[in-house]
Design a protein around this ligand. Structure first.
Ligand SMILES: [Zn+2]
Length: 103
């Protein structure tokens, strides 16, 4: 996965449709900084070009792209907020009719 993109001359992080990146990826950066223990948002990660929740294949290499962890996380966060908005209950009126004979 990373090897394919690392070996592609001029490969840059595509970022997201909301926030294009275009910066090269430092393939040697670890996920966590060994000195500080903090997550390195410039490290590499795998992004699903078409999100699996939108029907994108989970393991098809053509649906995977190397992106900065930070770019991937911001996309995920955006999607989560989008989903949360979609999942907000819409106000509605519910009419319940109770048959007095059934109580
Ligand atoms: Zn990026």
């Amino acid at each position: 996965m990373y090897a394919r993109d690392r070996n592609t001359p001029g490969y840059v992080c595509p970022g997201t449709s909301d926030k294009p990146c275009g910066q090269p990826i430092d393939w040697t950066l670890p996920y966590r900084d060994p000195d500080t223990g903090l997550v390195n948002t410039d490290s590499k990660s795998v992004d699903h070009v078409i999100e699996t929740q939108d029907g994108g294949p989970l393991t098809d290499i053509d649906n995977l792209a190397s992106v900065h962890l930070g770019c991937n996380s911001s996309k995920g966060a955006g999607r989560r907020h989008e989903r949360e908005r979609e999942q907000q209950p819409t106000p509605s009126t519910v009419v319940i009719t109770i048959d007095p004979h059934s109580v």
